[in-house]
Design a protein around this ligand. Structure first.
Ligand SMILES: [Zn+2]
Length: 296
């Protein structure tokens, strides 16, 4: 039952993707937002998140999936075990999920790698966004997407708990382990956001200095967007009509996120960001990404 509905929806996604792929793009819109903002808001309201059952992928489906290999590597941060879970099927891009509460992206990645092949790396601990651990009787907390630079890790420890050299060394060690597990040619991350704060529109406003270019398609939910570090990928996703943000690698704030490290190392980076529950949208975006990689 689940398998057959899964195939049908993959087919319909492919069709809708082709249609989108044929659309001509509108110009980069640093300013086009004003009038269109109302339209975006209306669409967003109508576009409610699907029920859990519509997603139709649960842990047991992952365990039973044919040809998907699973293995884990456990890293310790003081008292806390951090599991790096790897799911792999044939060849394909590596996707990484850093926030343990962003499960729509994990399910979307599983669907994509089960149909087209690829590898998913998932950071697992307590099912929360931040990682918490005790070290030498002190409690620490940090955001795992802030651990990829020295300054980012320090700032995140200070923001959520306190800085200590030992704790800092530990989380930088975890960051290195994660980086070592990624492809050196390309980084693809998966994130989910909520309907209220952060979105592609944030880069026209609050995070303006972090973006070199922003493309907003008012017919799409601004919470669903690509965040990239190279002009080449910016243009490709924009031309397909997706909301797309190009990181300004020169002026980007060093917050320790993986995109900052990728910008520094000159490794192309693509974040497929979608609202929680936007499973179909995120799968479609990942299909688009794979088609872009194939035509490179
Ligand atoms: Zn995230």
């Amino acid at each position: 039952m689940k398998t057959s509905s899964f195939r049908v929806s993959i087919l319909s996604l492919s069709i809708s993707f082709l249609v989108i792929g044929c659309k001509t793009n509108e110009p980069i819109s640093q300013k086009a937002i004003g009038e269109d903002f109302k339209t975006v808001a209306t669409i967003e309201k109508a576009d409610s998140a699907p029920e859990k059952d519509e997603i139709g992928i649960e842990e047991e489906d992952i365990a039973r999936a044919e040809g998907v290999r699973e293995y884990s590597d456990v890293q310790r941060l003081g008292s806390q075990e951090i599991k790096l879970r790897f799911l792999k099927k044939e060849d394909g891009p590596t996707f990484i999920n850093l926030h343990d509460d962003e499960n729509t992206s994990v399910k979307a990645a599983f669907k994509v790698l089960d149909s087209l092949g690829g590898r998913l790396i998932e950071l697992r601990h307590l099912g929360e966004r931040n990682i918490k651990f005790n070290l030498n009787s002190t409690a620490y907390e940090f955001d795992p997407n802030r651990m990829f630079t020295d300054l980012g890790a320090k700032t995140s420890l200070e923001q959520y708990s306190k800085m200590s050299t030992k704790a800092h060394e530990s989380i930088r060690g975890l960051a290195q382990r994660v980086v070592d597990s990624l492809d050196s040619q390309m980084i693809v991350t998966l994130h989910n956001n909520t309907n209220d704060n952060y979105s592609s529109l944030s880069y026209l406003d609050e995070y303006k200095t972090d973006a070199a270019a922003v493309f907003i398609n008012p017919t799409r939910d601004p919470d669903d967007f690509f965040f990239v570090t190279t002009l080449e990928f910016f243009e490709k996703f924009r031309n397909m009509g997706y909301n797309t943000v190009l990181q300004n690698n020169e002026t980007m704030t060093d917050d320790g996120s993986l995109s900052v490290l990728a910008g520094r190392l000159d490794i192309p980076y693509i974040n497929v960001e979608a609202e929680h529950g936007h499973f179909k949208e995120q799968v479609e975006m990942m299909f688009a990404l794979i088609s872009v990689l194939h035509t490179k």
